[in-house]
Design a protein around this ligand. Structure first.
Ligand code: HEM
Length: 429
């Protein structure tokens, strides 16, 4: 069974340097492997010794101020590293694929209005109800695959009940999302089969949403959800969206959510269960959603779902100019901003290894920051925290031994499995 993972003491950079002198491809392979398997150690070493780590293939940015700098300069660090793939899938631009365009500015504003922060209570209630039903169904079995049987169905249920995008069925919606996200974020070698699967899934998704929109216009679908609001929206001055833009923006709702929310829930639950003392305190607070929330957010700081955020450097730029770590990032190269590292930068986050509930909100980078900061944060928050709360309120929730007790990802990004013990049962491990 796992224990709290800590960064080990050094040596990785020396191994990288030696490998680089012999075989640059092998050296990059090592970095990629450490990013997957030993990211805490890699980031700790980089923060201390090479905070802006320029390799022949990409630059990794590890300090808090520098991650914020990269993510706040959309004209220099663009989303062209993945944006064109999203466009290809949806057949039209979506805000996450474009930087500093009037379309991005305008549609993000409109979608912020549609995702009304005041919906938090309703969303929390929906997620809680879905979670309790799923937990009731699993209750007698003594264990649960938290990803397949709880987290993903809750996310898909929220997509249906709040966004108004149930998909033809949850499995198909889930399959479309994975195909599109895989091409954008897990296809480094531009495999044409992954690209074709994404374009096909995107075409099916867009056709489906067009059909839903037509049904709404015909009054066949109840409209008390985000899709209904958007379909009916005509703001003063003719402000609104064409049907084409409504469809693309509705496609972006489940795309931003149905994999990232289960991933974040799994990571937060694991971090809480690895800390018995913290868990006991969290359970004390679990009667009150507001008191419980900070436990989930601090847990997620220890293992955010998006550990790295990719960008393309559009023009030569000195990151951290005027500081001793100032480093030129050359135009045309890839940049990986690392929130997972930034949130452990002791210059900004005091005693980062301590689990603390009083950390200020601006230290949390798991929803990104800057130009592309997460649009869905007011929805994701209550869904993640309420689902985790309902799970932990059940008696006997515990980690199980690996392999099935570890969080399993496919392609390194899609949460697939996370078995937990539930109920009295025999203590395993
Ligand atoms: C209701 C659920 C969600 C929706 C509708 C949503 C939607 C979006 C959208 C549309 C963007 C792009 C914004 C832009 O381009 O300006 C975005 C960005 C982002 N979202 Fe979410 N999201 C949701 C949940 C989540 C969750 C659960 C996480 C992780 C815990 C997450 C993490 C992020 C991050 C890190 C970014 C920044 C990406 C970047 O800078 O490249 N989101 N989200």
């Amino acid at each position: 069974m796992g224990s709290v993972d800590q960064a080990t003491t050094g040596g990785l950079l020396q191994r990288y340097d030696e490998a680089l002198a012999r075989d640059p491809m092998a050296a990059l392979g090592l970095v990629r492997q450490w990013m997957r398997e030993d990211w805490r150690s890699l980031f700790a070493e980089l923060r201390a010794h090479r905070p802006i780590f320029v390799t022949p293939a990409f630059t990794v940015v590890t300090r808090f101020a520098d991650v914020a700098e990269v993510l706040s300069h959309e004209e220099v660090f663009s989303v062209r590293s993945f944006g064109p793939r999203l466009d290809a899938a949806l057949g039209a631009p979506f805000m996450l694929g474009r930087d500093a365009t009037p379309m991005n500015w305008r549609e993000k504003g409109l979608m912020r209005v549609m995702l009304e922060p005041g919906d938090a209570g309703r969303v929390r209630e929906l997620a809680g109800r879905l979670a309790d039903d799923l937990l009731d169904a699993a209750g007698q079995r003594g264990r649960i695959d938290a990803v397949q049987e709880l987290f993903r169905p809750v996310a898909l249920g929220v997509s249906a009940g709040y966004f108004g995008v149930p998909g033809p069925d949850p499995q198909t919606l889930s399959r479309w999302m994975r195909a599109i996200v895989a091409d954008g974020f897990a296809n480094p070698l531009a495999d044409p089969r992954i690209q074709a699967a994404s374009v096909e899934a995107g075409a099916e998704l867009v056709a489906y949403l067009r059909g839903r929109l037509a049904a709404r216009r015909a009054g066949d679908v109840p409209s008390d959800d985000v899709f209904g609001r958007l379909a009916g929206s005509r703001l003063p001055g003719g402000i609104g969206m064409t049907d084409d833009r409504i469809v693309i923006n509705m496609a972006g709702m489940p795309l931003g959510f149905v994999e990232s929310a289960p991933g974040a829930m799994a990571e937060a639950v694991e971090q809480l269960l690895l800390r018995p003392q913290v868990l006991a305190e969290a359970l004390e607070a679990a009667g009150d959603p507001e008191r419980f929330e900070p436990y989930v957010w601090e847990a997620l700081r220890f293992s955010p779902f998006f550990k790295l955020i990719p960008r393309l450097c559009e023009q030569d730029h000195v990151v951290a100019a005027g500081t001793p770590r100032a480093t030129l990032v050359p135009a045309g190269t890839y940049v990986l901003a690392a929130p997972a590292s930034a949130m452990f930068d002791a210059d900004v986050v005091p005693e980062p290894e301590e689990f603390r509930l009083d950390r200020p909100r601006h230290h949390r980078l798991f929803f990104g920051t800057g130009h592309h900061a997460c649009l869905g944060v007011h929805v994701a928050g209550p869904v993640i925290t309420e689902t985790v709360r309902r799970l932990l309120l059940r008696p006997g929730v515990r980690l199980l031994p690996p392999p099935e007790g570890s969080i399993a990802y496919s392609l390194g990004i899609f949460p697939d499995r996370f078995a937990l013990g539930l109920g009295p049962g025999v203590q395993e491990g």
